[in-house]
Design a protein around this ligand. Structure first.
Ligand SMILES: Cc1cc2nc3c(=O)[nH]c(=O)nc-3n(C[C@H](O)[C@H](O)[C@H](O)COP(=O)(O)OP(=O)(O)OC[C@H]3O[C@@H](n4cnc5c(N)ncnc54)[C@H](O)[C@@H]3O)c2cc1C
Length: 443
């Protein structure tokens, strides 16, 4: 292998995005030389517009900064673990209320300048099209991983273990559903019993809902996304597109009320929205058939018109976009190593997390664990009681019917069900802080 200032390079990090830059930083701060590969600007992703590292492709907000919010707790944990992403984000913070927003140009320029000039880093400005055969490799090529690398990953990981496009329905916390309106039950099942939660609608409610859905603003799709969607998701139409095809399309499609009676009236509702359990704990439910491309604010407004969801807490909103990610529950250890080849790590959005902070957070753990292997130590698993550990547990735990990427939220934790709302959240935060401190003292 090549050497860097007389030190053998044993680690390659692919992708200079949020996960890759954090992973590289964690290695060099432990004096480990790295080969760092990035394809831009020679090859572009279609969303990035600069040649800078750690480019924020869309919003300049990296989420809530409040200590009692999931994203705030994740940030607190990352700071304790010595996150570079956090240091630079706070350095270039711009006013944004309770959110942490950054001057995106200054943020990315600083990270690029520091890492490109570092004497432990050999920067390779090339597209990587297959996994290097030697040394430890961290794959952090993001949601827009180049097609040639995706092909090669598919060959290596096996067919059906890679997703190219994400069409997800919103996810709500169970405790925020108003069960005095919504009811449990399966289609044609015994009333009051069953796996689904159902939100019944009268004719007036349905017509008002469809009207609002059609008027709501959508996220424009890029040409590439339009063609990818055609290729992979012809059968998976956004709910607003189904609504466009006729006033009754939804009630004969995903909002079909047949086989149900509203317990309040004993009669079949005019339409009905079904919610399906999304995690083993039954703390999260997704809106069945509600893949959507509406703007996030619009989703909250329109979907809260569904009876029973008027106060819903949306822990994840619907999306339809190009998103390359692997089937982590099947493929990854909670150390972020590939089960079949422990020298390979995945981090960032390609590992199945969603969001800037979450991507950097998994980069931190991949970088930390790669360093530990080089130092002759065992890789570590972050305690699942922490926000970061809970997130990694979620993406590497094989209890999902269909795995979709996940962001930091309180619904991913298993609690005994005795505490609800604020009290549950406080208990999770207390336990996360304690466990993270213990973890920090150990590493
Ligand atoms: C259009 C879009 C908008 C988004 N908006 C937001 C948002 O507003 N807020 C939010 O929290 N999250 C957002 N996300 C989700 C996600 O948080 C970001 O994509 C985030 O940047 C992911 O971090 P990452 O490090 O995994 O990937 P990236 O930051 O994308 O970094 C991956 C890097 O790998 C490089 N690369 C890819 N393939 C190769 C290859 N074969 N060889 C070498 N280099 C390669 C890419 O050029 C890129 O620099 C968005 C995603 C997309 C696609």
């Amino acid at each position: 292998m090549a050497t860097r200032k007389n030190k053998k390079i044993e680690v390659t990090v692919i992708g200079a995005g949020l996960a890759g830059t954090e992973a590289v930083y964690q290695l060099i701060r432990r004096q480990i030389p790295v080969r760092f590969c990035e394809m831009r600007p020679n090859r572009t992703t279609g969303a990035h517009t600069t040649d800078l590292f750690a480019e924020l492709v869309c919003s300049n907000s990296v989420g809530s900064n409040l200590p009692d919010r999931a994203s705030g707790l994740l940030k607190e944990e990352m700071r304790l673990l010595g996150s570079y992403f956090m240091d630079v984000a706070y350095k270039y913070r711009v006013p944004a209320g309770n959110a942490l927003a950054v001057d995106r140009g200054a943020f990315s320029r600083e990270i690029t300048r520091y890492l490109k000039g570092h004497n432990l880093i050999e920067f390779v400005n090339e597209e990587v099209t297959k996994i290097p055969e030697e040394g430890i490799v961290i794959i952090a090529t993001g949601p827009l991983t180049s097609p040639d690398l995706m092909k090669s990953l598919e060959k290596r990981l096996g067919e059906g273990h890679l997703e190219f496009f994400d069409a997800i329905a919103p996810l709500v916390s169970a405790e925020s559903i108003d069960m005095s309106i919504a009811f449990k039950g399966d289609r044609y099942g015994e009333p009051g019993k069953g796996d689904y939660i159902n939100c019944p609608m009268s004719k007036e409610e349905y017509l008002a809902f469809v009207d609002a859905l059609l008027k709501a603003e959508r996220i424009p799709l890029s040409e590439m996304e339009k063609s990818e969607r055609k290729k992979y998701f012809t059968a998976c139409q956004p709910v607003e597109i189904i609504a466009e095809s006729g006033i009754d399309s939804l009630r004969f499609g995903p909002m079909k009320p047949v086989g149900f009676a509203d317990p309040r009236t004993g009669r079949r509702p005019y339409a009905l929205v079904q919610l399906r359990q999304d995690n083993l704990l039954a703390s999260l439910f997704n809106l069945v058939g509600f893949q959507t491309n509406l703007k996030h604010g619009e989703q909250q407004k329109v979907f809260r018109m569904i009876p029973g969801l008027q106060n819903a807490e949306f822990v994840r909103l619907g999306q339809m976009h190009r998103n390359s990610y692997i089937n982590s529950p099947e493929l990854l250890e909670p150390t972020l190593q590939l089960k079949k080849d422990s020298r390979i790590f995945f981090a960032g959005q390609i590992s199945g997390v969603e969001g800037y902070t979450e991507s950097a957070a998994t980069g931190l753990i991949a970088g930390l664990n790669a360093s530990r292997i080089i130092q002759g130590k065992e890789p570590v698993v972050v305690p699942p009681e922490t926000m970061l550990g809970g997130l990694i547990h979620y993406i590497t735990f094989s209890g999902h019917k269909k795995f979709h990427p996940m962001n930091a939220n309180f619904g991913i934790f298993t609690t005994d069900g005795k505490l609800k709302g604020e009290l549950r959240r406080e208990m999770i935060i207390r336990s996360a802080r304690k466990k993270l401190r213990e973890f920090y003292d150990k590493i």
